[in-house]
Write a protein that binds this ligand. Structure first.
Ligand code: BGC
Ligand code: NOJ
Length: 808
């Protein structure tokens, strides 16, 4: 069952009922100002930091879950309804929500009156713009009262919902013209304020929540819009809101637009006041003036469209399967840009008040956007590297505002440093920009302790080599990619963090996954060392990788699959010797991606084990059998009920590793099958089971051991976006930048018969025609009519257009 459809030409997902199983959201903003917006207008917005600069309030664990937001109540001759359906939930004759690239449009119709709201954050603007378009399609004149409503957050979103004794006496507003200014704490150390204005003279306003709602009422029935009269209330402490009352009179067929601007402004300290105790409103007035009419909103929308078309033009495809096209052309790269902007901070599953940017998360996210925004990817790599410690280890997280490492979480996740190598490798292969390796970067943000980026990467690589365990495999530390495999934690205290607690000195527990990752990263490391002119590191890298692969062969192979780890006692994890957790997906995917076992048949056996043991109709589960009780020696992985999250859920991040591994064996049919089982556009048709947005990946789909098998959780901010992009673009379509050229080596399923791809890389454009004859023979590649030896298309000069034809 579907709750909408894709409009591919418009690059929109069109939701046709407000009653989706969960709020289906979108993101507004691409620079410094962001909004989360659900299909009924719920959500919140913030400037740069979802916790510290929150403009509007969102209630955690509220009911309905989709609270807050930007509300428009229409009082149409005494009947009150919302074009977004919620929060009043009066029945609509028509409802539609279009989530597009950086904007959302929600339209409702009742009794011949249509109301369409366009929400966007224009480029270069610290504001959400809400354009309400009312159209009278009936045969009679309509007198409509519009009541807008937003509720302010007192900036620090965590403090806002906990520190009531202080906050309820803090709130302050100013009202000037048709704009409400939220100036809480502006009197002291804040030089910023928020505002909500409209481009029409209001008949009234409210800024005090109690006055607007009335005693005991909720968002579905506030007194003011139902009574049809604003109270012109002034907030003083308690809960400041902003609401405008605007009177609209529409002749039959007439249409009118109102433009609301919800913005953020900052003043230099010396220009803080325009009169004693009166905030300087010049920046807000300038912003409001820019959106004084509806044409400016159209322009802003055209600007956004051009921005996204520009980005997404980097890689475009056309095939006979529209579901593949819509993932590759629009939704997968769009989600990758959202993970770039927000990392794991703010979604309907990440609260925006929790963790900062993950070291490994940010490095892996980069794989999905490096081709779209290479300059910003370069900055990101340098920021991440600056949080590394001198011994090569890394803070597990860092704060986006300060870019400093997060002391609360600290370090000790021993896979982290290696991901920096894969990020830098992806960047240099994409751009050819070797100069990044020479950039001077501090350790732990200490300006007195710096080295080149290459030296950072060298220390990352050597960190693994200096931290090997009894079998010559990398020590796991607090955890590896799997945050919940905590082999040194041994926690028996409820509520204690599995990630920051390490109760035993960890010099025995080893990770086969990190071993695979090391070999995988070594390919990039040796390429980078060559680019940096370090022949000794090229050699060292290659021999260290060979030794590591040998250690995996000797101690990391269980007979039919790769072992997962050795625990603190030296016992095997992910082995047939185990009662539960016998086979884990991570080392199978990673080791084969790294090329381990390709020559001796173990790769194929490992992947066949994945097929036999981990494959389900809803994707590949993390391990089997699921753990049914808590094991202190394994940690958080066993604290989840079977089938959820790291305890045998379908982790969408790991599935693409197996997809890529299958393409290394040339098994295109299987690779595609695995990819399509978790690709949202393919899951759209059973949205009632999947339940989350059918246009973006979720972190997890409940595994077969769970009662809610097949149900997705944690959409949007997940490494699944980047890795699935890598899997489909670079390994199934097979187009990937390598050191000396663009590799064009598709590994397709039979049904994708004809595929055209346009890929921009290093300033040249490659028009690639893939003809899939399904013969199984090696691909034949011609470039501008000349047959190539092999599949590596040499890089062309910037500006060149290269015609590539591949017969598979
Ligand atoms: C959660 C894991 C999650 C991780 C993310 C842990 O606390 O329980 O399931 O993947 O945090 O960092
Ligand atoms: C989510 C975390 O953000 C990521 O870093 C981790 O690898 C996965 N969970 C698996 O535990």
């Amino acid at each position: 069952m579907r709750f909408g459809h894709f409009d591919d030409a418009a690059r929109e997902y069109v939701i046709s009922t407000p009653e989706t199983p969960h709020p289906w959201i979108n993101y507004l903003g691409a620079e410094e100002f962001f909004g989360l917006i659900s299909h009924t207008g719920g959500g919140y917005c913030f400037h740069r930091d979802a916790r510290l600069r929150r403009l509007t309030r969102y209630r955690y664990n509220g009911l309905p879950t989709d609270g807050g937001g930007r509300c428009f109540y229409l009082n149409d001759g005494g009947e009150v309804w919302c074009p977004t359906w919620a929060p009043v939930r009066a029945p609509l004759d028509r409802y539609e929500c279009r989530h597009g690239l950086g904007y959302t449009m929600i339209a409702g119709e009742r009794d011949g009156l249509t109301a369409e709201i366009l929400y966007l954050v224009p480029l270069g603007t610290n504001a959400e713009v809400h354009r309400l378009r009312l159209r009278n399609r009936s045969g009679r004149r309509r007198e409509v009262q519009v009541f807008s409503l937003i509720e302010f957050c007192l900036w620090d979103a965590l403090d806002d919902q906990t520190n009531y004794q202080r906050n309820l006496s803090l709130g302050e507003v100013e009202v000037a013209g048709s704009t409400v200014y939220h100036v809480t704490e502006y009197r002291e150390r804040r030089n910023h304020y928020a505002f909500y204005g409209v481009n029409a003279p209001p008949a009234g306003y409210d800024t005090d929540r109690d006055a607007f709602f009335g005693p005991g009422r909720g968002w579905d029935h506030p007194e003011v819009p139902f009574a049809g009269a604003a109270r012109n209330s002034r907030a003083s402490g308690w809960a400041p809101i902003a609401s405008h009352q605007v009177e609209v009179s529409l002749a039959p067929g007439q249409e009118t637009d109102l433009v609301f601007v919800l913005g953020y402004a900052e003043n230099p300290p010396e220009e803080k006041w325009e009169a004693p105790g009166v905030a300087n409103k010049a920046p807000a007035r300038a912003l409001l003036a820019r959106f004084a009419d509806s044409a400016a909103v159209d322009e802003a929308r055209a600007g956004l469209k051009a921005y996204w078309e520009g980005l997404l033009g980097t890689c475009r495809m056309r095939s006979n399967d529209p579901r593949v096209d819509r993932m590759v052309n629009t939704w997968n790269p769009y989600q990758c840009m959202v993970t770039f902007n927000l990392s794991r901070s703010a979604s309907y599953f990440e609260s925006g008040i929790g963790r900062g940017m993950g070291f490994r998360d940010s490095c892996q996210d980069l794989l999905g956007f490096v081709h779209l925004v290479p300059k910003r990817a370069r900055e990101r790599i340098l920021d991440i590297a600056a949080t590394q410690f001198p011994d090569g280890s890394a803070y597990h997280q860092y704060q986006p505002l300060t870019k400093r490492g997060n002391h609360d979480v600290g370090s000790g996740f021993n896979d982290d440093p290696l991901w920096l190598i894969t990020a830098a490798g992806a960047y240099v292969r994409e751009t050819g920009d070797h100069s990044i390796l020479e950039e001077t970067v501090p350790f732990d943000n200490d300006p007195n302790d710096t080295a080149t980026l290459f030296e950072h990467l060298r220390r990352s690589f050597h960190f693994t080599l200096e931290n090997l365990g009894p079998h010559g495999l990398p020590l796991i530390g607090r955890a590896d990619w799997n945050d919940c495999l905590n082999l040194n934690c041994f926690s028996t205290t409820p509520g204690e963090s599995f990630q920051t607690t390490q109760n035993r000195a960890g010099r025995t527990a080893e990770s086969v996954f990190i071993a695979g990752l090391f070999v995988h990263a070594a390919a990039d490391y040796t390429g980078l060392a060559r680019a940096a002119g370090k022949p000794e590191e090229v050699e060292l890298g290659a021999s260290a990788a060979a030794r590591m692969a040998a250690a995996v062969a000797d101690h990391g192979w269980d007979g039919e699959w790769f072992l997962r780890a050795y625990d603190y006692f030296g016992d095997k994890v992910g082995s047939r010797e185990c009662a539960q957790g016998q086979v884990f997906i991570e080392p199978q995917g990673m080791c084969v991606m790294a090329g381990i076992g390709l020559a001796d048949g173990r790769a194929a056996r490992a992947l066949d084990t994945v097929r036999a043991r981990l494959d389900t109709p809803h994707g590949l589960v993390l391990h089997q059998p699921a753990y049914t009780r808590y094991h202190p020696e394994l940690g958080e992985i066993t604290s989840y009920p079977p089938g959820y999250k790291e305890n045998a859920g379908v982790f969408c991040h790991t599935n693409p590793w197996v997809v890529i591994a299958e393409t290394r064996l040339g098994r295109g049919e299987r690779a595609f099958e695995y990819w399509s089982k978790i690709a949202p556009a393919f899951r759209e048709e059973f949205s009632e089971v999947h339940r989350l947005e059918p246009y973006v990946y979720a972190q997890m789909i409940a595994g077969r051991d769970a009662p809610r098998y097949g149900e997705a959780k944690n959409s949007w901010l997940t490494g699944s976006a980047a890795w699935n992009l890598v899997a489909i673009n670079q390994h199934i379509l097979g187009i990937r930048p390598e050191w000396e050229g663009l590799r064009v080596a598709p590994c397709l399923p039979a049904h994708l018969a004809e595929v055209e791809v346009e890929r921009r890389c290093r300033g040249a454009a490659y028009r690639i025609d893939i003809v899939n004859c399904g013969t199984g023979a090696a691909p034949q590649v011609t470039v501008d009519g000349h047959l190539l030896e092999g599949t590596l298309v040499p890089y062309a000069a910037p500006g060149a257009v290269v015609a590539v034809r591949v017969e598979v």
